[in-house]
Design a protein around this ligand. Sequence first.
Ligand code: NAD
Length: 419
Amino acid sequence: MAEDSETKKVFDAEAAGSLMKELRGTYASGKTRSYEWRVAQLKNVMKIVDDHEKDILDAIRADLSKPEQESYIAEISIVKSSCTRALGELNRWMKPEKVKTSITTFPSSAEIVSEPLGVVLIIGAWNFPLLLALDPAIGAIAAGNAVVLKPSELCPATSSLIAKLVGKYLDSSCIKVVEGSVAETSALLEQKWDKIFFTGSGRVGRIVMAAAAKHLTPVALELGGKCPVVVDSDINLPVAVRRIAGGKWASNNGQACIAPDYIITTKDFAPKLIDALKHELEAWYGKDPLESKDLAHIVNSNHFARLVKLLDDDKVSGKIIHGGQRDKANLKFAPTILLDVPEDSLVMNDEIFGPLLPILTVDKLEDSFDMITSRGKPLAAYLFTNNKKLKEKFVKTVSAGGLVINDTVLHVITLPFNS
Ligand code: NAD
């Protein structure tokens, strides 16, 4: 929709205004409110992923070289389970909820009736390009809203497939896709929305929030952060290492908001943990990970250069203990482990969002909780231990969007998480 090849019409503020006018009209007609309309759209979202599983896997492979199995688990299956849940719960969600009244208002009755918000905008990020567009759309449709979806331009194959399939399967008078980047998103943001759901960086989150504030539009901002992993010595090491490596490198090669960002362990245990991680990495990606088909590439040259800058920082010189290889032409970046980088290095202050994994060592593991809390609230925090007291202290002391003990990233499937 960014540019029509025949008319060369760009999606600008005028186009955004016409789009909004049309959606306000269809929303006002009440079409999106009915149970039947919501169910029909949700079933068709399911049909999109069922009928086009291979097209979707191919598109994500083209954009990110993400292995099919990874895309299936982290994108398609989550979209399907969100659809199944919404279809199963919709009746209950739409039912008015009776509320007890007070003696002072006797003999009144009261109930809470959920209503749609109106016309909502969903802006997606590139790292899970299908999931981050369709999953919020499922919620918006189930709630009876008209929806505009803006997938990430950094995954052009997936973005254009989403535009094509949403146009074909869903009610195009109420659900639209706008493809494009900054200009198109800025044009959309000038409109008055009833809710904006944004996934992406804090930098752009601020732009979205400022645009929303002009119209007092509520926003949901799903942003990033640095997710620590605390590793005790009292663990099943091979299992822990598989789970850390899975959450880091098998999650889009570290390009995931809840991927482990850095590890904290004790000085004594670090050599054992590092050996086990190296062993696992070689088993998964071979001696030359740049040749592996199981490792996603870095999304584009800007992000590649950003990661190189983190490694070129003088403060991390000599700290790479594994990996570091990269292939700029193919945007391939090997799993890389750094040991005891200074806390004021770039890699310990920016969200890494890639295959670098610093390991910091402490004398006593308990010290790690204060280190985490002193750095601001992470999106997720992980602990590997079998020590009951340590688990309890972790839950009491560390505040994060989500806490997981003895695994990484899996909470995203069952629990909510907040940025
Ligand atoms: P981004 O902020 O660069 O882009 C996100 C969206 O904003 C894209 O659709 C893009 O077109 C649009 N955009 C970019 N610049 C804009 C501008 N100047 N004005 C208006 N719109 C603009 O983020 P990204 O690089 O796509 O995603 C990576 C970030 O997303 C990371 O920080 C990651 O942690 C975060 N993320 C968070 C979650 C979560 O659920 N919390 C999930 C995935 C990714």
